[in-house]
Design a protein around this ligand. Structure first.
Ligand code: TPU
Ligand code: MG
Length: 560
């Protein structure tokens, strides 16, 4: 016997979820009971719904998909911010909200947790804008079809979906779920189009001498990481990655030339991409941030764009092609073209590595990065928050297997605390390191308590520069100052009577090294290391990038 709630649980489990994230509320309590009946799914609780959404977002990064369960309006409207993030970041997160009793629709009743009007549709309408599929279940008979539609669409499009379930329907009987293949199956590439696209792309490359691959952040969502390596191997050309795609192409691959990000690119990477006569952009996103204020965007007849389901370049536009099929088929057709590697070998240089600081010298940002470097093993995932943490993280060299997560399209400060929690729930076997600024941490700090609750040995480097330094570099004012907290002391408050989290403060390199030793030894909970640095001790990259973004923001209105 299935109920609407247990049907939903079965489907979540079938698509590979072992957990779902939740905050309780009276519109979803019966649903939570139903989800608990599935012994293959663990319910994981969050401190608030924004964090619940971001925890699921982080889980989806490690696991491929995720679910968050919240209550009506007061919960869901907070979670929807994170769902917008999942949309921007191409992650299939299923947001499930309890909803008013089906009898209250079209009745004279006013309900709590609503606007105090008879409109119970506004949440669904908002969710439609932020998801690829949004359904409302007010009849158990319709539940299987609606649930399947939402989950299938999310998995196909790698975008979030929304399911709201009337609170009196969650425990109502419904049909049993069928085979999961009905949800997982997807339309194959159109073969005739694929063939023509490959012929045209081969022609395009035939006339070119200096191709490069530029890897973008949609590569993982498209499930095409392996195929990108195949194409790189076949062409023998240089491969640059965009910042948001760090770790999506192996950094120890011999053709990897580093991050392409305009004037703050890895040494040689910008020169190679600009010199190329055929930039193959794979799953790239060019926005104001990734183009460094519109100063670095490959354009013109030498650009071939291979997107998630579409390939286009001068005079051609082919749809209905999966990226992985295009890359794999092209790899079989192209000839070696290694001019960009020959040139790169001539011009390459290394960024200078950070000098070792005296153990009792005042802590500086560069020393922190130097001490984090050896922690990054093949089993490590680094999550880097918006702020100078982006730029610090991007400077870490990743051995094969290491992963790197940023939320560069949505860019919600505070994302990384719950996302790290969710990621750690999904991947407890990995070493998980979070790089977070003080300002960002203050948005979502509570989720460290959930890391303590689940004894997750996450290591958090909290850069306390006493302000919104990234904003300082873009446009400064009194609004960029942050009230200081006793960040290390906060962990004791979160521990209460039973927690095993550790909070430490480092003001010099010696203290930082000792704190890292404590963190590595603490397997029973998170360790937060507050790294105290000067307000303006930031990367040169942040300064250069911030200046260009500020210039782009300050463009005057057009006269026309
Ligand atoms: O390294 P640092 O000091 O730049 O990082 P911190 O201290 O985390 O400061 C981040 C400052 C920041 C803000 C205030 N970065 N972006 N913003 C704007 C912003 C405001 N609210 C949300 C939810 N997201 C944002 N990105
Ligand atoms: Mg800061």
């Amino acid at each position: 016997m299935y109920t609407v709630g247990s049907y939903l649980a079965a489907r979540l489990s079938q698509i590979g979820l072992k957990h779902h994230f939740a905050v309780a509320g009276d519109y979803n309590l019966v649903l939570l009971d139903q989800l608990l009946t599935n012994k293959d799914l663990t319910q994981v609780y969050c401190s608030n719904e924004l964090n619940c959404g971001f925890s699921a977002e982080g889980y989806a990064r490690a696991n491929g998909a995720a679910a968050a369960v919240v209550t009506y309006s007061v919960g869901a409207l907070s979670a929807l911010n994170a769902i917008g993030g999942a949309y921007a970041e191409n992650l299939p997160v299923i947001l499930i909200s309890g909803a008013p009793n089906s009898n209250d629709h079209a009745s004279k009743h006013l309900l709590h947790h609503t606007l105090g009007t008879h409109d119970f549709l506004y949440q669904l309408e908002i969710a439609k804008k932020l998801t690829c599929a949004a359904v409302s279940i007010i009849s158990a008979a319709d539940a299987p079809a609606l649930i399947d539609h939402a989950i299938r669409t999310a998995l196909r499009e790698k975008k979030p979906a929304y399911i709201e379930i009337a609170c009196n329907i969650s425990a109502a009987a419904c049909a049993a779920p069928g085979p999961v293949s009905a949800i997982l199956s997807e339309d194959p590439s159109d073969l005739a189009t694929l063939e023509e696209a490959i012929a045209a792309a081969t022609d395009f490359l035939h006339g070119k001498q200096k191709p490069v691959l530029l890897i973008g952040s949609k590569l993982r969502a498209a499930g095409a990481e392996k195929e990108a390596i195949e194409l790189a191997d076949a062409l023998g050309c240089s491969v640059a990655v965009m910042a948001a795609a760090k770790s999506f192409f192996p950094e120890d691959h011999p053709q990897f030339v580093g991050i392409y990000w305009g004037e703050i690119s890895a040494p040689g990477a910008r020169e190679i991409v600009d010199w190329s006569d055929a930039v193959i952009c794979i799953g790239t996103i060019f926005n104001d941030y990734s183009t460094v204020g519109w100063t670095a965007e490959p354009h013109g007849p030498g650009v071939l764009t291979a997107d998630t389901d579409r390939v286009h370049f001068e005079g051609h536009d082919f749809g209905c092609i999966h990226l992985r099929d295009f890359l794999a088929a092209l790899a079989l057709k192209v000839e070696k073209r290694d001019a960009t590697m020959v040139e790169y070998a001539r011009i390459r240089s290394e960024r200078p590595t950070e000098p070792v600081a005296e153990p009792d010298a005042k802590l500086m940002r560069a020393e922190i990065v130097r001490q984090i470097r050896p922690l990054v093993t093949p089993e490590t995932t680094v999550l880097a928050e918006t702020g100078d943490s982006w730029f610090n993280g991007l400077q870490l060299r990743l051995p094969d297997g290491a992963r790197f997560e940023v939320e560069m399209q949505w860019g919600h400060i505070g994302w990384s605390v719950p996302a790290t929690f969710g990621y750690a729930v999904a991947a407890p076997e990995r070493r998980i390191i979070a790089l977070i600024g003080d300002g960002s941490f203050q948005l979502t700090a509570q989720e460290v308590a959930q890391m303590i609750r689940l004894k997750l040995p996450v290591i958090i480097f909290l850069m306390n520069n006493h302000g919104y330094t990234i904003e300082v570099e873009i446009h400064d004012g009194p609004y960029n100052n942050v009230k200081n907290w006793d960040y290390a002391g906060l962990i004791d408050a979160f521990n209460a009577e039973d927690g095993k989290g550790r909070g430490l403060r480092a003001t010099n390199g010696g203290e930082l090294a000792k704190a890292i030793d404590v963190a590595l030894a603490n397997r029973d909970g998170p360790t937060l290391i507050e790294c105290v640095i000067d307000r303006d001790d930031c990367t040169a990259d942040l300064i250069s990038w911030g200046r260009q973004v500020a210039t782009a923001n300050a463009r005057p209105p057009r006269a026309d």
